[in-house]
Design a protein around this ligand. Structure first.
Ligand SMILES: C[S@@+](CC[C@H](N)C(=O)[O-])C[C@H]1O[C@@H](n2cnc3c(N)ncnc32)[C@H](O)[C@@H]1O
Length: 203
């Protein structure tokens, strides 16, 4: 007998189907789309670094908005299964990759994204700590590679270090917001930190 889908399952299924229909490989594309609708992250030809990019829907979205002259770099512990035009893929752990390796031939990025999530253990405090360490690393990479005026978006499971990380971002960027996109599961503790306008000469 077919089991009834829960509300959560139905919602998940709707976003998933919508993503597939539009040609995106993951439902998480709608989180970036919502953030971009509010903050206009990508100009045409933007140089974009996407940390934790697999399976690739954020890269697909950045490609679509930034256009044919966009320059994309995707990073993940596992390679992508799809080909994204004008994207260089770096396979590795962000804790072991130097910012210069990610830049390659580029002088700077216009936008740095991080949708990285830890492998969850089910122990909330441990998962929060890992997520905060990932965001801190992503912020370090962003601060080392973004051009003045550049933007950063990073996922974070809200935990004890949340305020400290926001305070840190405020010192480095002109405007800092946090938000939970509509398409994020209600029960998820994930938030996105949106940091706009990298300050010239910060740090
Ligand atoms: C939620 S998925 C990203 C989904 C992606 N934004 C999309 O829309 O297709 C998170 C990714 O972060 C990657 N990740 C987690 N920790 C990482 C690390 N230390 N270094 C590199 N990638 C990492 C995982 O391998 C996983 O593929």
């Amino acid at each position: 007998m077919a089991s009834k889908l829960s509300d959560r399952g139905k919602r998940h299924d709707t976003f998933f189907k919508r993503a597939k229909k539009q040609g995106f490989v993951a439902r998480s594309v709608f989180k970036l789309e919502e953030i971009d609708r509010r903050f206009h992250l990508f100009r045409k030809g933007a140089r974009v670094l996407d940390l934790g990019c697999r399976p690739g829907s954020w890269l697909q979205y950045a490609q679509k908005i930034a256009g044919d002259t966009a320059e994309l770099v995707g990073v993940d512990r596992m390679p992508l299964d799809l080909v994204v035009p004008r994207c260089r893929m770096v396979v590795g752990d962000v804790f072991e990759l130097a910012p210069a390796q990610l830049l390659g031939e580029l002088t700077a990025f216009d936008v740095v994204l991080s949708d990285m999530a830890p492998d969850t253990s089910g122990v909330r405090s441990a998962d929060q700590a890992r997520s905060e360490a990932l965001l801190e690393r992503a912020l370090f990479i962003a601060e080392s590679t973004l051009m003045p005026g550049g933007h950063f978006v990073g996922k974070l499971f809200q935990g004890p270090d949340f305020q400290r990380l926001i305070k840190h971002a405020r010192a480095e960027f002109s405007e800092v917001r946090t938000l939970k996109p509509e398409s994020s599961r209600k029960e998820s503790i994930e938030q996105y930190l949106v940091a706009l306008g990298r300050k010239r000469g910060a740090k």
